[in-house]
Design a binder for this molecule. Structure first.
Ligand code: BG6
Length: 484
């Protein structure tokens, strides 16, 4: 790839994880329960009833895991802090043992010159806050989050350079408050947009506090970004794709980076009576807090077409329906209050292959994503997740995951093209370092460079086994990029 710019000399090659998906030790050393500890135990909610009670036991094996990172040559490692480990009730008393765990983790990473990237919120809200304040629907949770952030900023501000506020706020709100797939298991768009507004405020509060307490370090949210394409050159489809961009992406990114909600969507929500309630000072706060970088998690984008179905629905008024497609919901149903209906409909992209879980594989979309986000917001980008979920087979201590290598290589190449185009990318964290618990797919859907020997039924020994992709990524890091 001679014609391409090289990766910057200090490029942060890394891998990522999240507390609930790796740590286990769900009640150890004073940890309080999170909404995921509760939700995963409700019958039928997760794949074969898997939960994070043990996960891959990273809590007890973090030194071994970091040893594997060091041997791989990892420059950075993104992990999340379990809020209820640090504050069992989500506010008030601090659990020193929980805090000490993260300090030891950070120290251990530093010992090997691995730059820690600390995510403050990767979906595991303390159950106590859900019970007391209705979670993110209560404004009290914003204050609780700020108090938790303060504890971490004060304790780890001098040791951690990169901080992530919210992980994929778009995903957690949609799955949690609309599709009943994540806790708090709600299907109500009005409540979703209100909770989302509070998450925006919590994000802004955390950033503002960080800049006050730790002015020399960097903070930003990690957003699950997928570029929207028009199905055809028909201007109506192009318009639909723009609507899709606004609804799926700018609705969050504009708030993070410009401190305001995009008008098109706001008006649409107002018309449906589901716009969030704003209090005095909210918009000022959103405007004031600016991220230093933008974390982008990239898996795939989406394709939009003009929503002709909406016209049909209005014409016929009522149609039998089952499923979660918003534009086919019964009009009287809560779910019919959906802003997409007049804006766009999501359709399959005829050009893209899919993973075993039906996720489109679109490396060029990664370049499109990086360029769009960089052009719009002009912030350095940290790729905080990208990877392939697949069924891996282990035999005689080997895992031949050439499909993962192909996937990652194609995405890294497109990222390098984006850098050559002029985008500032400071780092890339593949999802994930070790195999881990997929929120809804147990241990069947694996992402890691390191295989963990366990499955849904049997925890086994949790032995760590390096996959082929481990050695391949080791070389990528050594070369500071793909081999020419
Ligand atoms: C991202 C999340 O949405 O996707 C991760 O930040 C998650 O926590 C990853 O594991 C992959 O999702 P899944 O459903 O394939 O495990």
């Amino acid at each position: 790839h001679k014609e391409l710019d090289p990766f910057p000399a200090n490029f942060l090659w890394g891998a990522a994880s999240a507390a609930y998906q790796i740590e286990g030790a769900w009640q150890a050393d004073g940890k309080g329960p999170s909404i995921w500890d509760t939700f995963s135990k409700l019958p039928g909610k997760t794949y074969l009833g898997t939960n994070g009670d043990v996960a891959v036991d990273h809590y007890h094996r973090f030194r071994e895991d970091i040893q594997l990172m060091a041997e791989m040559g990892l420059k950075t490692y993104r992990f999340s802090v379990a809020w209820s480990r640090v504050m069992p009730d989500g506010e008030g008393a601090v659990n020193e043992a929980g805090l000490a765990f993260y300090e030891e983790l950070v120290d251990e990473l530093r010992r090997y010159q691995i730059e820690p990237v600390l995510t403050l919120y990767h979906w595991d809200l303390p159950q106590a806050l859900q019970d007391k304040y209705n979670g993110w629907e209560g404004r009290e949770t914003i204050a609780a989050f700020k108090s938790y952030c303060r504890v971490l900023f004060e304790r780890l501000g001098s040791k951690v350079t990169y901080w992530v506020t919210m992980n994929e706020q778009n995903v957690l709100t949609s799955l949690g408050y609309r599709w009943e797939l994540h806790p708090p298991n709600v299907a109500d768009t009005k409540r979703m947009f209100q909770a989302n507004h509070h998450l925006n405020l919590a994000n802004a509060d955390a950033i503002a506090l960080f800049h006050e307490l730790v002015p020399t370090r960097k903070i930003g949210p990690s957003f699950g970004y997928g570029p929207m394409y028009p199905l055809r050159a028909d201007p109506n489809d192009v318009l639909a794709a723009e609507n899709g961009e606004a609804f799926n992406n700018s609705w969050w990114l504009d708030v993070y980076c410009k401190g305001k909600y995009p008008k098109v969507i706001w008006k649409q929500l107002e018309a449906l009576g589901i716009a969030p309630q704003l209090l005095e000072g909210d918009l000022e706060l959103l405007k004031r807090a600016k991220p230093d970088f933008l974390g982008i998690n990239y898996y795939h984008g989406g394709t939009a077409a003009q929503n002709t179905l909406e016209k049909e629905r209005i014409a016929s008024q009522e149609k039998a329906f089952s499923g979660i497609d918003p534009y086919l919901m019964q009009p009287k149903d809560q779910q019919a209050q959906t802003p997409e209906t007049v804006l766009f409909q999501s359709v399959e992209n005829p050009y893209l292959e899919k993973t075993d879980w039906g996720w489109e594989i679109d490396p060029v979309g990664f370049r499109v994503a990086l360029r769009r986000v960089s052009d719009r917001y002009d912030l350095p980008i940290f790729v905080t997740e990208n990877g392939l979920g697949a069924i891996d087979l282990e035999k005689d201590g080997k895992v031949h995951d050439s499909y993962r290598i192909d996937y990652l290589a194609q995405h890294i190449l497109e990222m390098q093209k984006a850098i050559t185009d002029g985008v500032t990318v400071i780092g890339y964290c593949a999802w994930s370092f070790t195999d881990l618990l997929s929120w809804l797919n147990g241990y069947k859907k694996r992402y890691g460079f390191v295989y963990v020997d366990r499955d849904e039924e049997d925890e086994k020994e949790l032995t760590r086994i390096k996959k082929d992709s481990y050695y391949w990524y080791q070389e990528v890091i050594q070369n500071n990029g793909l081999r020419k």
